[in-house]
Design a protein around this ligand. Structure first.
Ligand code: SF4
Ligand code: SF4
Length: 278
């Protein structure tokens, strides 16, 4: 009996390892580079970025603020200071052009963890029988805003794994370890893409910036598709691919596409490319 090929294997054979992993390598470079820039301050006294992914200042002058943090602050009845609002506008401007969920694939440190968990999940061929709706994350997002309004404080930041893990790395792990372990167990053993694809309200908030994004993945050579399903197997949001392969537009228009480029990497027929919205 012939052994089933793993997703991406055919692409490696046809295009070579480097071309079958280009976007993955670039993403790792981006994720580790950004984390490294945050770490250089406390570890080496070189403050390229000060703060956390919730609110920071880059290169001593550029404020960057997570829009969800500002939304909670406003819901809680606190108007942030001008620099924080400017930081939010900078972030909004960038992500409405490149796609909100690029944050998830190219910046968020949790993605490193969930990618390892997904790899393990696939290796162990764990299907899992938990059936969660992918819209649950939007309900959680709504609850976070409501709880800020009711309590008058940014209560989510006490539990936000993105900043907890980052703070943990910067200032010693603490509670962040526990959250990281829970997310890893969820994704590896209970539900594939459980955190990023179903629960994370931070990703849900960034996805709302993806409706108008100019940068898109396009199935530019979709007539070449052999239905091998490798792109579906590696995509963290596989439901976004089919319309571009079989529908009226060959552009992936879903606000949930992470622009991670993994489908471009693993397609042996080189169907996908990064493109601008038509
Ligand atoms: S469609 Fe491609 S770029 Fe978009 S999330 Fe899936 S693998 Fe990543
Ligand atoms: S686009 Fe078609 S050929 Fe390419 S990875 Fe997806 S299913 Fe396979």
């Amino acid at each position: 009996m012939s052994k089933r090929r793993t997703p991406g294997q055919e692409a490696v054979e046809k295009k070579g390892w480097l071309r079958a992993n280009t976007w993955l390598l670039l993403r790792r470079l981006s994720q580790l580079g950004i984390l490294g820039m945050f770490l250089l301050g406390p570890l080496a006294g070189l403050w390229l970025i000060k703060g956390t992914l919730s609110a920071s200042t880059a290169f001593g002058f550029l404020p960057l603020t997570d829009p969800l943090t500002v939304a909670q602050s406003l819901a809680a009845g606190h108007v942030p200071e001008a620099a924080v609002l400017v930081g939010m506008l900078v972030v909004l401007a960038v992500y409405t052009v490149i796609g909100g969920r690029m944050y998830c694939a190219w910046v968020c440190p949790i993605n490193l963890l969930t990618d390892i968990a997904t790899w393990l999940n696939r290796r162990l061929e764990i299907k899992g029988n938990l059936n969660l709706s992918r819209s649950l994350r939007y309900w959680l997002l709504g609850m976070i805003i409501i709880s800020a309004a009711v309590t008058g404080s940014i209560i989510w930041e006490w539990f936000n794994p993105v900043t907890m893990v980052q703070r943990g790395l910067l200032f010693s792990m603490g509670f962040g370890w526990l959250l990281a372990a829970e997310i890893f167990i969820l994704d590896a053993f209970v539900l594939r893409h459980g955190w990023c694809g179903h629960l994370c309200p931070v990703g849900a908030a960034y996805s709302l910036l993806g409706f108008t994004a100019a940068l898109r993945v396009k199935a530019a050579r979709r007539e070449r598709c052999t239905d091998c399903t490798d792109c579906f197997a590696v995509c963290p949001e596989p439901q976004v691919i089919r319309p571009a392969l079989k529908g009226s537009s060959d552009v992936i228009l879903s606000h949930n596409c992470l622009n991670c480029g993994r489908c471009i990497d693993v397609c042996p027929q080189e169907v996908f490319v990064f493109s601008k919205r038509a």
